[in-house]
Design a protein around this ligand. Structure first.
Ligand code: URA
Length: 204
């Protein structure tokens, strides 16, 4: 497969960087995955949402957050008054990591080394979009953005300084809301919406 591009270009538009990321082989996840799923949204977005990695649907369709977690994210964004078209949506890791269970491809958490190998792409997205607020959804996003393991529960829902002038909010990953028992779902969803309102308020 070619071209083999492992180093994110230092300059260029999102389109240039996105095209380079298509050929990334910087970690082993590219081989079984269908394609690189790069971030999407406006280059001038003031808010960037960062997830963990594409899921099964995202891997097939080539777009971030279009599967079940994406639908949940969309309804939480609606409830929080955040227009998805006004934010840039991406992931810490740009290839789907999975294991086969029968014919199903089950999500596997990315390893720290995979998050680190993919950080160059997220870094380029941050430098180009230059968001004023970054929302880290889940532990993998927080690890990539902050460069170290950071507890989601202990740090969620408050502004933290990020970069030179930016701010960061940590919240849960929408997939977490799909996994927890039904009786906790509503409350957990509302807390997620509450965290996303920080982005909504920010955009108003
Ligand atoms: N989960 C993620 O973290 N990102 C996606 O794009 C889809 C599911």
């Amino acid at each position: 497969r070619q071209p083999v591009v492992e180093i994110a270009p230092e300059s260029g538009s999102l389109e240039v960087v996105r095209a380079a990321a298509e050929g990334c082989t910087a970690c082993p996840l590219w081989a079984p995955a269908t394609q690189t799923v790069f971030g999407e949204g406006s280059e001038t977005a003031r808010v960037m949402l960062v997830g963990e990695q594409p899921g099964d649907q995202e891997d097939r369709q080539g777009h971030p957050f279009v599967g079940p977690a994406g639908q949940l994210l969309d309804s939480a964004l609606r409830e929080a008054g955040v227009d998805r078209d006004a934010v840039y949506v991406t992931n810490a890791v740009k290839h789907f990591k999975f294991e086969m269970r029968g014919t199903r491809r089950l999500h596997k958490k990315p390893a720290d080394g995979e998050i680190a190998a993919c950080h160059q792409w997220l870094d380029r997205e941050l430098k180009i979009v230059h968001p004023e607020l970054v929302v880290a959804m889940g532990a993998s996003a927080a690890r990539s953005l902050l460069g170290k393991a950071t507890s989601v529960e202990a740090n969620r829902g408050r502004f933290m300084p990020f970069g030179e002038q930016g701010r960061l909010v940590i919240t849960v990953h929408p997939s977490y809301l799909l996994r927890i028992p039904d009786e906790y779902k509503q409350e957990a969803f509302e807390r997620f919406v509450q965290d996303l309102r920080m982005a909504g308020d920010f955009l108003r």
